[in-house]
Design a protein around this ligand. Sequence first.
Ligand code: UDP
Length: 239
Amino acid sequence: MSDLKYKRVVLKVSGEALAGDKGFGINPPVIKKMADEIRDVYNQGIQIAIVVGGGNMWRGEAGAEMGMERAQADYIGMLSTIMNGLALQDNLESAGVPTRLQTSIEMRQIAEPYIRRKAVRHLEKGRIVIFAGGTGNPYFSTDTTAVLRAAEIDADAILMAKNGVDGIYSDDPKTNPDAVKYNKLTQMDILNKGLHVMDSTASSLSMDNNIPLVVFNLNKPGNIKKVVEGQNIGTVVEG
Ligand code: UDP
């Protein structure tokens, strides 16, 4: 326990990370691998809350671009995060980790409604809490949800797990080979350099609450553990 940098974290897992190579839908073997990694970190005694995205199934913005009403399309997106939450819960429980799924939109037959104090209690009792349904409001993202929940439960850090990208770069490393990776940044650096880390709502909430953020590559085995031990494998945004 003493060699852990963070004692309570919010892990943000995008929908894409649950989809595997196909980039779409739920891929149980991929989720199983992730669940095993999360279990290893859990076994170190760290309190973990997980915010799941839904982009592997649906994004409200894309629905709106195809002519749907944005709010209606966003609700479909929120429901897709709940499907992902159920899949992640299933795999974590199979890995031997006690969990609770809490949804921002009530769905009592399959999950608890989100209640902040209850979520904190679950964490204290050694359960992983999965937050699904986003904020429960259209026009928001699950990145914003991760920052919001982290502030609400007083998390020590937000672990922003990325699919294949190992941190924050000066430019998009997929299109610009000269892009430079940053190991450490402040919130002010992000503003001054005009870096795009999260959507603007999530960024401003993060800046206002000043919760350390670690951006790292989820695809490398052992990375979540390295992050909670404070190893310098991604980009840390602090201060
Ligand atoms: N969404 C929403 N409100 C929220 C969180 C999510 O309306 O508070 C919807 C939105 O349509 C979004 C979709 O759910 O496109 C999936 O979430 P997100 O894009 O954040 O998932 P990720 O990119 O992390 O997989």
